[in-house]
Design a protein around this ligand. Structure first.
Ligand code: CMP
Length: 138
């Protein structure tokens, strides 16, 4: 059954000119792009998005980074989308990412790691609704 997930091409990857290459990897892997938007976000918007991490030591630098330049917000669909996108992305720390994954190819550090993907069904529902209105997801 088709499933939807939420993804971000992060500011480091956009700055480095990897937007098109990452989108190509995503499409090659069989994902359909349901909705996509390039924009900059405020620090407050980043804090709301990552509120589950608010007690973590990296919260301030993560939200500063995410609001440091344009990023690309996406809703993606395929069978098993959530787990399949996580596998395509590779480990959070690119130093541990498997060969062939997006983070292995395009990420520079554990924070500036090129791409975000929802980690579960509940998270995906929250994250999609945080950035996209229902009429953008038809
Ligand atoms: P993401 O999948 O978007 O979810 C939370 C983000 O926090 C993660 O990717 C990284 O960008 C960042 N992150 C996770 N762990 C660390 C860490 N130890 N130090 C700095 N940033 C981190």
């Amino acid at each position: 059954m088709p499933q939807r997930t939420f993804s971000i091409i992060k500011p480091d990857a956009v700055r480095n000119g990897y937007t098109g290459a990452i989108l190509a990897e995503i499409e090659k892997a069989g994902f359909q792009i349901i909705s996509i938007r390039k924009q900059s976000i405020s620090k407050a918007q980043a804090e709301g998005f990552y509120y589950v991490h608010k007690e973590r030591p990296f919260f301030d630098s993560l939200t500063t980074f995410m609001s440091s330049g344009p990023l690309v917000l996406m809703v993606l669909e395929k069978d098993n989308a959530i787990a399949d996108l996580r596998a395509l992305m590779g480990a959070t720390n690119p130093a541990n990412a498997e060969e062939g994954t997006i983070r292995k190819k395009f990420a520079g550090s554990i924070q500036e790691n090129a791409i975000h993907g929802s980690d579960g069904a509940e998270t995906a529902a929250f994250e999609i609704g945080y950035w996209f209105a229902g009429y953008e997801l038809i």
